[in-house]
Design a protein around this ligand. Structure first.
Ligand code: GCU
Length: 678
């Protein structure tokens, strides 16, 4: 095997199926490539790498009799242009790949309006060979449905990574700008291959130092590396930066000097990096400074920064992850309460970035009620790819399943079918600006993500940011085939394993709508007993409310009424436990331990059954994995094996800890299937 984990899903091992290999070689050996730019070089190098690896050939470029033509639309012969799907009507990141059977010159045309589109087309073309598809049937026209497809690195300048489980930050600030690591280039390649077009390099809990001239030079060096791959760089902006740099005594967004400070800062950054993307801001959240410190609103803060970057086409991504211990309101309600009144008040270049759920990247949460509630404001989705609450470094969890579930949810805000996907891709209210962010799981680990299967989550995020209606199953299959092998004896059972892995983690951590019952601070293991924290909304007891009378958070009208933040259709369904889906039951209801579930069993029995099922699902994953040895690089096989052992041990810890803790309140016996626990 080669299957070098460093190469991620861009595995170009020699095609073993002889008939496919021969057919491909005949179809693709001679290339005409019209570009002489930096992106052209990237395309050329990628083709060389892929053809050498997959086909064992050196492709011939500039052939007079090419069988592949790779060209932007404007440089394509008009007779060929006519044969392509209506690319000119598509956006500037779109591409087509078309097999033309009646052409005497070429069989395969890859074309796009821009070079960036062409790069995406070439990656997809290579993927077709990785997937062993029939090239003579190619007729693909594709374009991203979302404009800003961004990774968010929670990387600090000292190279620690907040909630990172894959080593240190890959940004070697100390050695930049002089040292350009190969990893930067390969990072860009990997991202471009899945259509990611931007990266926020720094932590949302930000450090103003990154805005200093010295760091801008470092940033410029990275931006120069990423540019040919169509990737823009962004930074997090610390709201109090004008003070921390020592320049001003206030950061009040309405103060003229403050406004000028940010304008100058933006001009300075753009002078070095003309295509700098803009700023991501966490303000007045978890102790971060923000406009509220000066009695100003989020709109005041966001719009002030938006004005500074607007002349350069920059954007501001203003996070809606705000909650305050000073407010008595249910934490799940606070972002909506605070942001909804601002609908339509932000400048055109502001996106409000909303986490997928209202609490915090839990194994399962209902979709955030802000989706659909701000029709006049572009809302950007924030997913977390790093597994802060999903087993961190040791659990195999296929997150596209979680992302898909959220994106498919119907908000009903503009009638049936108003899915979260349609809100964030702008379809529902014709948004000009759209975006999706994923908190990165990347670090200096030799395989980038630590857990070998963390790569699937990075890959899957990219696919969903490109098209939020892509199915998790397709993503799983493509990733498995590209990363390991096309053999269906591997792909089929492993697809089932991936698709089940998310439900497994929900079962053994937080079944039936339970949430945030993790250990304090690190969030890895169980901690339903956590109560002594600096703030009540950081404790577990705040969320599960287990007591003699039952368990769960009442978010109906008899409780916090967070439910009122959703559309009437959802309110109606979820206000009654009998019609609330089991998966959200204890998110919305506080119910007695002997409450009769849809299954006819008691709530206590069902809680126990879910914890047990989660453990058994991990055992099932282990069994499946054992059969995969012959398809997988031995090191990856063994590492995954050992990690699954840890996952099983931890799943059992979760089950035992939570059930023993809750039993003090339920005072009910465990069902027979629960083993003896210590
Ligand atoms: C979570 C996480 C923090 C992070 C915060 C955020 O609370 O634990 O580390 O800073 O989310 O998204 O801002």
């Amino acid at each position: 095997f080669s299957q070098n984990p460093y190469d991620l899903w861009l595995q170009y091992d020699n095609i073993e199926e002889q008939h496919i290999l021969e057919t491909y070689k005949n179809q693709v050996s001679n290339i005409y490539l019209s570009l002489n730019s930096a992106t052209g070089t990237v395309i050329k190098e990628e083709i060389q790498k892929a053809f050498k690896g997959l086909l064992g050939i050196e492709p011939k470029f500039d052939s007079k009799t090419p069988n592949i033509i790779i060209s932007t639309l404007d440089k394509l012969d008009p007779s060929l242009q006519k044969k392509l799907p209506e690319i000119s009507k598509m956006n500037d990141e779109a591409y087509v790949i078309q097999y033309i059977s009646d052409s005497k010159d070429a069989q395969i045309i890859i074309s796009a309006i821009t070079e960036k589109g062409l790069l995406y087309g070439v990656f997809n073309f290579i993927k077709q060979m990785q997937l062993r598809n029939d090239l003579s049937k190619l007729s693909i026209s594709d374009s991203p449905k979302i404009q800003k497809r961004l990774l968010n690195h929670w990387d600090n300048l000292d190279r620690s990574v907040e909630r990172g489980y894959a080593g240190f930050s890959i940004w070697d600030w100390y050695l930049l700008p002089e040292l350009i690591k190969q990893e930067y280039i390969d990072y860009a390649r990997a991202n471009a291959s899945i259509g990611i077009n931007g990266t926020v390099l720094t932590n949302v809990n930000s450090n103003a130092l990154v805005l200093s001239p010295r760091y801008i030079q470092k940033l410029k060096a990275l931006a120069d590396v990423f540019r040919p791959y169509g990737i823009q760089v962004y930074l997090t902006a610390r709201f109090s930066a004008p003070i921390e740099t020592g320049d001003l005594e206030t950061a009040d967004p309405l103060n003229a000097e403050v406004k000028q400070w940010w304008k100058n800062k933006a001009d300075e950054i753009y002078a070095a990096i003309p295509d700098f993307g803009g700023f991501l801001v966490k303000a007045n959240s978890e102790g971060q400074p923000g406009p509220n410190n000066y009695g100003r609103s989020h709109v005041d803060g966001a719009n002030m920064l938006a004005e500074a970057v607007a002349p350069h086409n920059g954007i501001i991504m203003w996070r809606a992850f705000v909650y305050s211990e000073e407010k008595p309101e249910d934490r799940a309600k606070q972002a909506y309460s605070e942001f909804k009144p601002f609908d339509g008040k932000f400048k055109d270049n502001v996106l409000v970035q909303v986490k997928n759920g209202a609490i915090d990247f839990q194994p399962r949460e209902p979709f955030h009620p802000l989706f659909g509630a701000m029709p006049n404001t572009p809302l950007m989705m924030e997913f977390q790819i790093t597994q802060e609450y999903l087993g961190g470094m040791s659990h195999l969890v296929f997150l596209p399943q979680l992302f898909e579930e959220v994106l498919e949810e119907d908000t009903y805000t503009q009638g049936k079918g108003s899915t979260v996907a349609k809100i964030i891709d702008g379809q529902l209210s014709n948004k000009k600006l759209t975006g999706m962010a994923g908190v990165a799981n990347i670090g200096t680990a030799k395989n980038w993500t630590g857990h070998p299967f963390g790569q699937a989550n990075w890959y899957g995020f990219g696919r969903l940011a490109w098209d939020p209606e892509t199915s998790a199953k397709t993503i799983a299959q493509d990733w498995l085939k590209m990363t390991f092998t096309n053999d269906s004896d591997f792909v089929d059972p492993m697809t089932r394993l991936l698709l089940e892995s998310r439900e497994a983690v929900v079962n053994y951590m937080t079944p039936l709508g339970l949430h945030h019952i993790m250990a304090a601070n690190h969030h890895q293991g169980p901690g339903p007993w956590v109560k002594d924290m600096p703030r009540p909304d950081w404790t577990s007891v705040y969320y599960h409310k287990a007591a003699a009378d039952g368990i769960g958070f009442d978010r109906t009208s008899s409780g916090s009424n967070a439910l009122e933040q959703y559309a009437p259709e959802i309110q109606k369904k979820y206000s009654d436990p009998a019609t609330t889906p089991d998966k959200y039951l204890l998110w919305f209801h506080h119910l007695p331990w002997d409450y009769k579930m849809k299954s006819g069993k008691t709530l206590w029995y069902e809680i126990a059954a879910h914890y047990q099922k989660g453990v058994e699902q991990v055992e099932g994953m282990q069994k499946t994995w054992q059969k995969m040895q012959k398809y997988v690089n031995p090191q990856v096989f063994e590492k995954t094996n050992m990690l699954l052992n840890i996952q099983l041990k931890e799943a059992k810890q979760w089950r035992n800890a939570c059930l023993l803790y809750f039993q003090q309140f339920s005072k009910m016996d465990f069902p027979d299937f629960i083993p003896e626990m210590t």
